[in-house]
Design a protein around this ligand. Structure first.
Ligand SMILES: O=P(O)(O)OC[C@H]1O[C@H](OP(=O)(O)O)[C@H](O)[C@@H]1O
Length: 313
């Protein structure tokens, strides 16, 4: 019943071939459009059930980045009609509209974030975030000179992706291991990170190590800026739900051979952590910059008091 694009996208998200909250959201919307286009469902009910099933399959890949369910929700909600062809057309249009909105939001967010960066500033980054990099790009486009201290970000070293992108834009980059962050904070004007989810109390759920970085940055007096388009706002947290932290495979930390050589210790590999709002100076969205404690007002405006699960069986 599921088209190959849905199966492939789900596998690529789970394996992190497709990664980064915004990129995952766009790929999921694309996969739903592919399902709609290739479906051979004969009745509207059958078509709707196929789309719900595709959404469930995509949603079950990774639990933490809310952009994934937010993308699926957007497409399923916009899908309407009395016939299969109407449902198909509205689903495909919705996926396109979603992706266009996502690109626009990232551009707008970048412009706003760039206002915080002055000519000559140095930013410290953690992991790889397209929303965070959009702020640097907009600052560069404004003619500002920006330098970067890029944290490696173990265990998957996504700092390498950030370094590569920044070098491509001509930004001088210094790579450091994660443990060197505090030593270099005095040389930085901002800590700049993305987010996988933002909770209603302003907590930021981002790549493991963000909270340690934020605590150290607060202690050094370096401002912490989180770039997160509104797609990252987690509506379930309005009704008291918490955000599930993904635990990834232990072999990302130690290979089987390394582990055996150490006498088979237990290994935990949480992919994300929670940074409390008191360690964050600003959450930059496409709707403006917010102190973390006031993000709930924007969340209510956009999502009401919570959300439904349009993919439920
Ligand atoms: O949406 P954008 O800003 O690109 O990325 C947001 C976040 O997604 C990534 O998670 P992962 O690498 O998928 O585990 C990082 O934690 C990054 O900060």
């Amino acid at each position: 019943m599921l088209v190959p694009e849905v199966e492939e996208t789900a596998e690529d998200i789970a394996e992190m071939e497709i990664r980064g909250a915004a990129t995952i959201a766009a790929a999921a919307a694309d996969a739903l459009a592919a399902q709609a286009e290739a479906s051979d469902a004969e009745t509207p009910a059958e078509f709707r059930e196929e789309m719900r099933s595709a959404a469930r399959h995509l949603r079950d890949t990774r639990p933490t980045a809310v952009s994934l369910p937010n993308a699926l929700r957007y497409v399923l909600r916009e899908m309407e009609g009395e016939t299969v062809s109407e449902l198909r057309a509205t689903a495909v249009d919705a996926a396109e509209a979603f992706e266009a909105q996502l690109d626009r939001a990232q551009d707008d967010l970048g412009e706003i974030g760039a206002n915080r960066l002055r000519d000559g500033d140095t930013v410290m980054t953690h992991c790889h975030s397209t929303d965070a990099l959009a702020c640097v790009k907009a600052a560069l486009d404004d003619g500002k000179h920006i330098e970067a201290i890029v944290k490696e970000t173990r265990p998957r070293k996504q700092g390498h992706i950030t370094a590569e992108q920044l070098r491509e834009w001509g930004v001088p980059v210094t790579m450091v291991v994660d443990n060197a962050a505090r030593r270099y904070l005095d040389d930085c004007d901002h800590v700049l990170v993305g987010a996988d989810s933002i909770a209603a109390d302003g907590s930021v759920i981002n790549k493991i190590g963000t909270s340690m970085l934020a605590v150290a940055a607060r202690e050094r007096g370096t401002p912490i800026m989180v770039a997160a388009q509104t797609l990252k706002l987690h509506p379930d947290t309005l009704t008291g739900h918490t955000v599930e932290i993904e635990m990834r495979d232990e072999t990302e930390v130690l290979s089987d051979e390394e582990r055996e050589a150490l006498g088979n210790p237990d290994v935990d590999n949480p992919a994300f952590d929670v940074t409390p709002p008191r360690y964050v100076d600003a959450i930059v969205t496409e709707r403006g910059q917010f102190p973390p404690e006031s993000i709930v007002t924007l969340m209510r405006e956009l999502y009401g008091e919570g959300t439904t699960e349009p993919w439920a069986e």
